[in-house]
Write a protein that binds this ligand. Sequence first.
Ligand SMILES: [Zn+2]
Ligand SMILES: [Zn+2]
Length: 215
Amino acid sequence: MLKLKSFVFSPIQENTYLLYNEFKDCMIIDPGCYFPEEMDELKAFITQSGLTPRMLLNTHCHLDHVFGNKFIAETYRLTLQLHEKEKMLLDYAPTSGLMYNMPFDNYAGKFIFLKEGDSIKLGEDELLVIEAPGHSPGHICFYCAKQNFMISGDVLFNRSIGRTDLPGGSHQTLLNNIREKIFVLPDETIVYSGHGPETTVGEEKKFNPFLNGLA
Ligand SMILES: [Zn+2]
Ligand SMILES: [Zn+2]
């Protein structure tokens, strides 16, 4: 059984997720901690909860989702897991950080590349990798069928969808992926997004203004 803890980090207000099980093993998804006090907050939760970080995952590599990669990887000796098509974005993230006036040190370790259908196991719990590009070229979501939730990154938000005006973005691809990969999941699936409050697949099918007529 996975428990979820979320944090909102950086001026970009990105949701960082920590999933952990009853054995106190955990995975960290999109550590967007930028300021030292945000890194301290994340680390303090891990320490105080007695958790052992086992995995570091990125849904995609826009700067707001990767600020804390290096800190987490070095603190807990983890190898970053992401889709291969996001590597380009990761390489570019510090440049984009300078443009946003948010310089940062990039992750510089090895990679484990994930693809559609991969299973990520933490003890007895399992997340399925769903490829859903459109917001970015190698964007993936993590779906937990047993507990009916997904970490959707910047694909789908509460009443909104990811922007598609950044390099490698495609509006039509994003809409198709939401319809074909996410809206086929059970309506009660809870969607934990990269920004803003959680929602469910059923609610977004009904109320998401960007997907009217597509559900
Ligand atoms: Zn993004
Ligand atoms: Zn984002």
